[in-house]
Ligand binder design. Structure first.
Ligand code: NAG
Ligand code: NAG
Length: 387
């Protein structure tokens, strides 16, 4: 019994059902096939974008260098003679079935979510005739290459599969997949000093490198500026522009403490969800102008159509105790919700004018905030940004 279970487990680990992301449809056979030593990846079209060529080069590099062995106790050795006798795959041919001019992966990765086409079909015949990968877009070809690279194992110097023929039709299950690279949250000094040290910031060229590195790998980088509350995050965001406009760092951190309510107040638990306390005085027209120009200059560094403006974890007590905010509210005759809505609309309008879709956290803390966020979420949903 245990032996049977172990065998089943090994059978499971061994096969291409371990592909990631898991293809929508996958059919496999049981014929061994190996990559020819002269295996090549070809294009059935001209004007191949540079980042697709790079993706092909990376795929060939993974195939040659990964040396992934079969997950069996003998690492595939018992298949040695079958692999030696196996037919050889000479080539994988990439073709594009989309209409219109060929775009680079980087261009396609930042299209509106509704326009991105990531589907691909991949076939690896068992008889040694050429494998084919077809897609509507270069982004789809990238996804297909990612899958193709995972089909193979190594035994000595031979790269092989035991499961030819393989046919995959794939398409994203969700409109988008995301992950968060949170490099600012753990810098507690940011609200006062801006960063751990003068080198603990993203320079403009760092940003450009990250964005282009990610785009050529089919990843759309959306910056998250937590301006409604997290002024420490704001400082980080500001540091993005330190090279362009060095004076501004001092403006926020030193010259304009008046932009921020309850800055560093203690005990911080009464004024913030996380230390240190400090929230933008969003009722102040000057602060709105400042955030508008911050968004504008930050947005210019990120080609993505999406731009997150935060809206997370607003602490009500901070504003209730902040005389400036209360005076602003009294003067304008607006409720807290109305003033926040004005701030949100005016700061978001800058992004909308740049053709970007603002993205916000789905806040749960306050019913009044929810109104704004739900409204925004509806906008996002209309634009195809599910949540
Ligand atoms: C994949 O194959 C199916 C039919 O099997 C076809 O409808 C679809 O258009 C193909 N997709 C691509 C990207 O070639
Ligand atoms: C805020 O206003 C209240 C009442 O008007 C006053 O007692 C308090 O000192 C003010 N706080 C600050 C920091 O000015």
């Amino acid at each position: 019994m245990y032996r049977l279970l172990a065998w089943l487990l090994l059978a499971l680990l061994r096969d291409v059902s371990a592909l990631w992301p898991r293809p929508q449809t996958l059919s496999t056979g049981s014929t061994p096939l190996r990559l020819s030593t002269s295996f090549s990846i070809k294009y059935a079209f001209n004007n191949v974008p540079g980042d697709l060529k790079d993706a092909v080069t990376r795929t060939k590099g993974f195939l040659a260098n990964d040396q992934l062995e079969l997950l069996t106790p003998d690492r595939g050795a018992s298949y040695g003679s079958a692999i030696k006798k196996a037919k050889q795959l000479q080539s994988l041919t990439l073709s594009l079935t989309g209409k219109g001019p060929i775009q680079s992966i980087s261009e396609e990765a930042i299209l509106d979510l509704t326009e991105r086409q990531e589907s691909y079909n991949l076939t690896v015949p068992a008889d040694g005739s050429g494998a084919t990968l077809s897609a509507v877009s270069t982004l789809g070809l990238l996804r297909g290459l990612t899958t193709f690279g995972q089909l193979w194992f190594s035994l000595s110097d031979t790269i092989y599969t035991l499961e030819a023929p393989i046919r995959i039709e794939d398409d994203p299950a969700y409109p988008y997949r995301g992950f968060m690279l949170d490099t600012a949250r753990n810098f507690p000094e940011l609200s006062t000093a801006g960063a751990y040290s003068s080198s603990s910031v993203y320079t403009e060229s760092d940003i450009k490198n990250i964005v282009s590195y990610a785009a050529s790998r089919g990843i759309d980088v959306m910056v998250v500026g937590q301006v409604a509350l997290h002024t420490r995050f704001l400082s980080t965001t500001w540091d993005l522009q330190e090279i362009d406009t060095p004076g501004h760092t001092a403006v926020i951190g030193n010259s304009h403490p008046d932009y921020v309510a309850c800055q560093n107040l203690q005990p911080w638990t009464q004024f913030a969800n996380e230390p240190p306390a400090g929230q933008l005085r969003f009722t102040d027209k000057t602060v709105i102008n400042f955030v508008q120009s911050l968004f504008k200059s930050t947005a210019s560094l990120f080609p993505s159509k999406l731009f997150s403006t935060g809206g997370d974890e607003i602490n009500m007590n901070c504003y209730a105790q902040d005389n400036v905010t209360q005076q602003d509210l009294a003067k304008s005759g607006k409720t807290f919700e109305e003033a926040l809505s004005t701030f949100t609309q005016q700061t978001h309008s800058v992004l909308e004018n740049l053709g970007k879709t603002p993205v916000v956290w789905e806040g749960k803390e306050l019913s009044c905030i929810n109104k704004v966020l739900i409204l925004l979420k509806m906008d996002l949903l209309r634009n195809g940004v599910g949540s």
